[in-house]
Design a protein. Sequence first.
Length: 638
Amino acid sequence: MRSKGESLLRLLQQDADISAFDTAVTRARAANVPPDELAEVERERAIALQLRETLIRHRRNEAELQLLNDTANDLASIRDLDSMLQAIADRARRLLECDLAYISLSDSDRGDCFIKAASGNVSGLLVGLRLAPGCGLGGMVARTGEPYSVASYRRDSALTHTEPVDRTVTAEGIESLLGVPVKLEQEVIGVLLAAHRAVRTFSSRDINALSMLANHAAVAIQNSRLLTAAQSAVEDLRVANSTIGSHVDDLERTAEVHERLTKLVIQGKGVDEVVQATAAAVPGEVVIVDEHGVAIATSGEDGDAPLMELAEIGVEARRSGHTLVRDHLCVVPMITESEPLGTIVHIGPSTISDTDRRILERAALVAALVLVTRRRMAEAEARVRGELLGELLTQQTQDYDLLRRRAAILGVDLDTCQVMVVAHLEGPARERIYPAIAALARRFRGLATHHHDAVVLLAPGDEPRAVARTASRELARASRHRVTSGVARVPHPTAIIAAHDEATRCVRALLALGRHGDTAEAGDLGFVGTLFNGQPDLSGFVNATIGPILDYDRVNRTDLLHTLEVFCATNHNARTTAQTLHLHHNTVSQRLSRISHLIGESWRNADQLLEIQVALRLFKVTEAASTNTPRVSPRNRQ
């Protein structure tokens, strides 16, 4: 008996198979041992088998605990959620020694769950499969929060079957299936499932082991999510810190530029300095365009700014009252409460940053302040100059020495101001015309004012028409109205009033003739200018019109004047003129050619012929009045 018991213990120690224990009983029966001894052997065998089963169960529990411990350690070292879920699926498959294991996660946004990782899968349908609430075994576990197992999934009628889930189950060959919830504080965040491709039941040990792994998985998932959230928060803080630092740098840079621009205003600098300072702070070309589309200051050297495009965008920016950004252009309107001043434009290689845009907007404010200050100064200067010119035009004082000294203070030499321009604007005088008047006075180093609904300019110059045309163009551009100008010469400061009257009569004559927008002296108007003159100079008109012919006849003892008289009397017909004078046609043609040489080829034009006929009659009248005898012209002389 003792030897039999020892042999069974030795079999337990050797971890022998069950057949070895059966062999010991068979041998005892073969040895014909007494029945009571045989019964004792059989009892010892049963006890040995029970001990063997207990040892196996302990070993299995130890292996499971070791696997769970290893799983916990491995999961603690994994930071990536996808890798963690794959590790959980792999350990579940090893823990239950099953064919397939996978894990699904709940989607709170959509209200369902989806399979995130799998181990042992053979088809491409499993990972990514979505399970509606309550559908399939995984959907049921997610809905109820309790473990559930089936020996044959396809034959289990308690489950809600759907075509996508059944198709995937068939593709994977799943037969038996166990699912346990992955919970975090009573909230189901996923489902851990184990499957066999043969019919098999799952024991409570299997359920407990998979549930323990699910608990580890829940903690690991939560830790991964918290780590991800912490990393995201750290990254957000890093970005926020970087953004704050960048904003501080931008604010310091903007404040520095603003201080620099403010100093320019205090120092009395102009828009050119503002543009240069802005261009130094904002890479690219900076241009200030006035309300008329003219570039008045630029940081570029070549002046290649697209003025037409800038003017069009500037109009749009002024209408909107806001900064406009178009590709490589940034246009900031310079607007005051009383008037638009134009725009400040940045032309860069790329779209401008918010900080640079703010710098441009501050530069626009400073440039507007500079322009408004300059315009107010110009208006004050224009008033001073205008008051002086007004006194000269109205004879409020006869002390010309005093007037000369006052003009010299303004930088004007009154004795050299020999051009008087009177400009009529075909529209209401607006406030913006006054800066233009001041600009004209500064440009020509003269005096200008708005007098009796007209702009009056007294300026130096040897070419009165050129001065008047330039002044008219500037006024037309500033007022956006057509300008008609009369011009007269001023031989001496005492003749300013007379010159003003003459230029005014020229303007009236031009308007009466419908020559709007034209510029002329009294001499340019012929007999019309003489008629509009308060003291008509008839002899001057005659000499200006036919004087060269009179001089030629007097010097060469010819009779071109009489030929011209007959030509006009015969309705400008050369052949009839020859017959009337009893001359050959060629002789008349030669005389007419000589007249063209003396007074110009255009004398046959209707307007000039009319003036010639008036001059001829005035000559006959004045000549008769001076001699009291009719003039007898020599005839038939070349």
